[in-house]
Design a protein around this ligand. Structure first.
Ligand code: SF4
Length: 331
């Protein structure tokens, strides 16, 4: 197994809700509620969960667009949790993010060549010719033409704009990239093209990737391992094959059963989740999933918070579930 590149150590990110003239804090949104996650060099980890489960916040906290409330972010052996200002700059160069909506992340009045070159300028590449050359190379790498550098975002299709987003994130040759739902704003017909491109670039540039998505079908194509998130916590993590063949957590089962099948006549055990995702302002007691869980055990699941425990048959497959992955202490 390659060495870890980025580690989330009991990472917590909360957002205060303020109200009144004095802007007193009246509640807290627990967006990321104690996540441990290790991503190894060259690996792609898929991060999946419903909207609002905290997966984008976790991605943004890992690349330090957000400062964690507590816990640590370790990058290449260095604690980057509290770095600010100029001390954060070397890390920024090595850790980048691709945003969901390429249109809103590009300035409509800036030529795309300048948008792509922005990172180079900020990181001290002052020679204009060199910047132009690097932008041209990057555009070719993502399947566009160097002459496109002088065009504006509105002159491109959604898929092309996401290619520009990839060029912008990769121009500094980062080691680690968070792809935050990079295809969910795109037409289905171009999603596969962008995913294939991202996979090719990942291999060619030896990137370590956290691929955030809200459905397991997209993640399967991309990931070595998959982590499933629910209400700010990772509830299951394992390699791709095990997750899709043998999910342990009832929430993962429900997500898997929601993937559309090419053959509608093939029998399947479709599970419809009851109710809404609870509010991260006031999460349920015990297992956060218990109000929606079809196999919840009264008196246990609503009381005791399950830990992420390795399964008895595969230590690399971990799930937070009293029933499917009981703690050895409870057996
Ligand atoms: Fe369901 Fe209980 Fe497992 Fe939570 S711990 S997923 S409520 S069975």
């Amino acid at each position: 197994m390659p060495e870890p590149l980025i580690v989330a150590d009991n990472l917590v990110k909360q957002f205060p809700i303020k109200a009144g003239i004095l802007q007193r804090e009246v509640a807290t949104v627990n967006a990321v509620a104690g996540v441990d996650l290790t991503i190894h060099r060259g690996e792609t980890v898929g991060l999946v969960g419903e909207s609002g489960c905290g997966k984008s916040t976790l991605g943004r906290t890992l690349v330090r667009l957000l400062t964690p409330t507590s816990g640590r972010v370790i990058f290449d052996g260095e604690d980057v949790t509290d770095l600010q200002g100029s001390k954060l700059k070397p890390f920024r160069r090595r850790a980048q993010i691709i945003f969901q909506d390429p249109y809103s992340s590009l300035d409509p009045r800036t030529q795309i060549g300048n948008s792509i070159a922005e990172g180079l300028r900020l990181h001290g590449v002052s020679n204009k010719d060199e910047r132009q050359e690097r932008v041209g190379e990057m555009l070719e790498l993502v399947g566009l033409q160097p002459r496109h550098a002088s065009r504006y975002p509105h002159e491109f299709s959604g898929g092309q704009r996401q290619r520009i987003g990839l060029a912008r994130a990769l121009i500094l040759k980062p080691d680690f990239v968070v792809a935050d739902e990079p295809v969910s704003a795109l037409d289905v017909s171009v999603q596969a093209q962008v995913l294939n491109l991202l996979k090719e670039l990942q291999q060619e540039l030896d990137l370590t990737l956290l691929f955030v998505a809200h459905n397991l079908a997209v993640v399967e194509h991309m990931s070595d391992r998959v982590a499933v998130m629910y209400l700010g916590r990772v509830v299951e993590i394992t390699d791709r094959e095990h997750l899709y063949a043998n999910p342990l957590h009832p929430y993962t089962e429900a997500l898997l059963s929601a993937i559309p099948m090419p053959d509608p006549d093939r029998p399947r055990n479709r599970q419809i989740l009851q109710g809404e995702v609870p509010s991260p302002i006031d999460p349920p007691s015990g297992c956060y999933f218990h109000p929606r869980c079809p196999i919840a055990v009264e008196g246990l699941c609503d009381v005791v918070d399950p830990e992420l425990i390795p399964s008895s048959t595969n230590p690399a497959h971990r799930a937070a579930c009293h029933v499917r992955c009981p703690s050895p202490a409870r057996l």
